[in-house]
Every structure is written in structure tokens, then in C-alpha cells.
Design a protein around this ligand. Structure first.
Ligand SMILES: Cc1cc2nc3c(=O)[nH]c(=O)nc-3n(C[C@H](O)[C@H](O)[C@H](O)COP(=O)(O)OP(=O)(O)OC[C@H]3O[C@@H](n4cnc5c(N)ncnc54)[C@H](O)[C@@H]3O)c2cc1C
Length: 384
């Protein structure tokens, strides 16, 4: 998805020769597995730079959804009902009170509810709820429809979308990026955006000139973090809001699905759903609403979140190799950060604007891996 959103933003800025190379099919990895929550406030405990980045991107969504509808006719089902965060224990309640305090003091929009108010708002939630926070500005989106809309929009704008093709290495010489090696042959270009998600660190970078030895590469340390999901069939829907607890969340979809997630696991590139994963998601979902116990499970899946060494996104130009940009490491917030990522990266490439956000989340914050070869880990899903 990040590749698509960057490709669209580039094409909208008038770039006529944008190529997106995807190993599998468009958006089929983490971006399809996601729950589509656009909820920067729900879990935030401080107003740091990352928090501001996520709020900025969330606030772009209404215009982004309207533009995609206009461009493609596809409704990405943006829901602005808000997020509800429930407390079931004293510890949960203390945490919610602290979150309420700092966000309220910072002038952010949120409401503290007692258990009766929460149950009136969402009658299907458990009798055991002690308190709740409501975040009226947080939203959700149907991420799979978002992928379809982005694919249709980029195609219409003239972006070449090449699927089933693997990028095996980036080539660079002393001037900077020279192209990418792919399973379909070499592609010459002087600009590459690496948007390979959890696989960002599984590709090679090769030198094509002896004069490259002084160049070094960032060690982003991107690792896959598995998240499992369950999907229930429910008709009519039992809740209106996205509902969180400390232990999980449920997400109602317009088409009669109810998603429940998730796990946070170091399991390498293994995308299997496990008994333990299902059990922990079920127990969190049933804590939120015991009514879920009667619902049929219609699907389960897992995806790999791309987590950089410091858990923050990696955005912008890499200083030591001209033409090399990163748009990766979005970890748990890639859907939320999609519209802003597209704007920031396309702005940096086309308008050569390096915003404060790009300075803060730059790939240049990581240490180098070495200087003698280009065998650094970079990404697939290159966008030229
Ligand atoms: C269970 C779960 C729930 C989540 N819920 C949310 C949520 O509610 N809200 C939110 O904002 N985020 C959520 N996320 C996180 C979000 O899904 C990710 O941050 C986001 O999808 C990352 O997008 P991406 O494009 O970087 O990665 P991906 O979607 O994984 O895309 C990377 C693409 O690169 C391709 N690729 C890799 N290597 C190569 C190569 N060598 N050559 C060619 N192509 C290559 C892959 O095939 C893949 O299609 C969730 C994630 C999971 C797993």
C-alpha cells in the first residue's frame, strides 16, 4: 500500500514515468491483513513527534477518501463514528484516566465515560466494563477497498504497475542510484523509493562501479512482527464503534464482518495462524463483548508489520546515495500514515521539499552497516 500511495502522489504531481514493481499482487501483504483503524489518540500516552505525525495523517483522510472516490468511484468506507477504549480492571481504569488527563490538558478531543454511559453507547459490550474513553475524531477505513482504490487511481494516472516481479537488488554508482535488478531484468533509473514493508531488509544493494567504496548504507533493522486476526460473521452488526481494550480490539465492517485482533509476535516471516494466537484474540474479544461467543468465525489470517529498529517510520531521502528514498517501517500504523507518507515522499522527490517530518523520521538517523560492499538490506517494491 505504501508503494501505491507514493506512486499516486508522484503521478498527481506530474511525474509521467512512475513504475511500481511488486513481487506478489498489489497490497496483498500487511496492508490487506490490517484492521484499518485510524486511531492515533486511542493508544497515545504523550504528544511526541510521532503522535503529531499520526494525527496529521488521520486528519487528511476525509479529503483523501473523497479524492479517491472522485478518481475511481471506489468508496473506501471511511467511518468517523470514533473509537471506544474500555477498562475492565483497576489497572486499565488508571491508565485510561492518565490518558484522559494528558489529552484533555493538551486540548485534544476525547470524553471519559462511566460504565453506564459506555453501555448506553454500545449495548453489546460486557457488563463488566468499569469505564471508557471515547475518541470521537479517530476513524476507520476498509483497507482492502483502499488498496483497490489506490491501484485503480494509479493506473488511471498512468503509473505502470508490474506485479509478480521481484526486485533483487538496487544498483548504485558514485553518482547515486543507477537502477534496480529485477526478476524481469534490469530497470535503469536515478530515483528509487524502497517500500518493501517487512521485507525491506531482505534484498541486496550492489555497486556497479569501483568508486562506490566510500558510500555507506543505513542499517534500518526492519523486522517482521506478526499480527493475527479473526473475522466473524454478524448480521446485523453488534457494535458501531471500533472498540479497544488493553488486550485487543474489535472492528465492525459495513458488509457484516466483525474483525478481532491481534497478536504482536516475533515469528520471522511465518504468516501462519496459531492456536495460541486465536485463543488470545478470542479471549480479548469475549472480554469486550460476550455476544461474540455465539458468532461464526468466517476467516482468520496473519500479516507481517514492518518494524524498524526504533519502532518508528523511515521516511525520506538517504543522504549518502543520491536518488535513494525510503518509505517503510510503518509498523502498526501504515494504513493511518498512508496519505501523509505519499505527500511527504512525493514532495521530497518532485518539489525537493524536506519537511521537519522528513528530518525527524529520516533513514539517516540509523548507523551505517559498512563501506566495502553494497550488501545492505534494502527493500522490494521499488518505485521508480
Ligand atoms: C494484523 C495487523 C493489523 C494491523 N492493523 C492496522 C491498523 O488498524 N491501522 C494501521 O494504520 N495499520 C495497521 N497495521 C499495520 C499496517 O498493515 C502496515 O503498517 C502497512 O500495511 C505497511 O504497508 P507496506 O506497504 O509498508 O507493507 P506491505 O503491505 O507488507 O507491502 C510491502 C510490499 O512489498 C512487496 N515486496 C517485498 N519485497 C519485494 C521485492 N523484493 N520485490 C518486489 N516487491 C517486494 C511485498 O510483496 C508487499 O506487497 C496492521 C498490521 C497487521 C499485520
Amino acid at each position: 500500500m505504501i508503494g501505491l500511495v507514493v506512486a499516486r502522489a508522484l503521478a498527481l504531481r506530474g511525474c509521467s514515468d512512475v513504475l511500481l514493481i511488486e513481487r506478489g499482487s498489489l497490497g496483498a501483504e500487511s496492508s490487506s491483513a490490517a484492521a484499518g483503524m485510524l486511531a492515533p489518540q486511542a493508544e497515545a500516552d504523550r504528544a511526541d513527534h510521532f503522535f503529531h505525525l499520526t494525527c496529521r495523517s488521520r486528519d487528511m483522510y476525509p479529503a483523501f477518501a473523497a479524492a479517491l472516490l472522485e478518481e475511481t468511484g471506489i468508496d473506501i468506507e471511511l467511518e468517523s463514528t470514533g473509537t471506544l477504549y474500555l477498562a475492565f480492571t483497576d489497572e486499565d481504569t488508571t491508565e485510561l484516566k492518565q490518558r484522559y488527563e494528558w489529552q484533555n490538558n493538551a486540548g485534544l478531543t476525547l470524553e471519559m465515560l462511566d460504565s453506564d454511559q459506555a453501555k448506553r453507547l454500545e449495548p453489546a459490550i460486557s457488563e463488566n466494563v468499569c469505564a471508557a474513553l471515547k475518541f470521537p475524531l479517530d476513524m476507520q477505513v476498509e483497507n482492502r477497498r483502499l488498496i483497490s482504490a489506490l491501484a485503480a487511481a494509479t493506473k488511471k494516472l498512468g503509473v505502470r504497475l508490474v506485479t509478480g516481479t521481484t526486485v533483487s537488488a538496487l544498483q548504485a554508482d558514485y553518482r547515486g542510484v543507477a537502477g534496480v535488478e529485477t526478476s524481469g531484468g534490469f530497470v535503469s533509473t536515478n530515483t528509487v523509493v524502497v517500500a518493501g514493508g517487512a521485507w525491506t531488509c531482505s534484498l541486496g544493494l550492489t555497486a556497479i562501479s569501483g568508486r562506490t567504496s566510500e558510500k555507506r548504507f543505513p542499517n534500518l533493522g526492519i523486522e517482521p512482527v506478526r499480527g493475527q486476526m479473526l473475522c466473524f460473521e454478524v448480521n446485523p452488526q453488534i457494535t458501531r464503534h471500533v472498540i479497544y481494550s488493553q488486550r485487543g480490539y474489535i472492528v465492525p465492517r459495513r458488509d457484516g464482518r466483525l474483525l478481532a485482533g491481534s497478536t504482536t509476535e516475533q515469528a520471522g516471516f511465518d504468516k501462519r495462524v496459531t492456536a495460541e494466537g486465536v485463543s488470545s484474540i478470542l479471549s480479548a474479544a469475549l472480554e469486550i463483548s460476550p455476544q461474540i461467543g455465539a458468532l461464526p468465525i468466517s476467516a482468520s489470517w496473519a500479516g507481517l508489520r514492518p518494524r524498524a529498529a526504533d519502532g518508528l517510520p523511515v521516511l525520506g531521502q538517504y543522504a549518502e546515495i543520491a536518488g535513494l528514498f525510503y518509505a517503510t517501517g510503518h509498523y502498526r500504523n501504515g494504513i493511518l500514515l498512508a496519505p501523509l507518507t505519499g505527500e511527504l515522499i512525493a514532495g521530497a522527490i518532485v518539489d525537493q521539499v524536506t519537511s521537519t517530518s522528513l528530518n525527524l523520521f529520516s533513514p539517516n538517523r540509523f548507523n551505517h552497516t559498512g563501506s566495502s560492499t553494497f550488501r545492505v538490506e534494502t527493500a522490494g517494491g521499488a518505485h521508480l
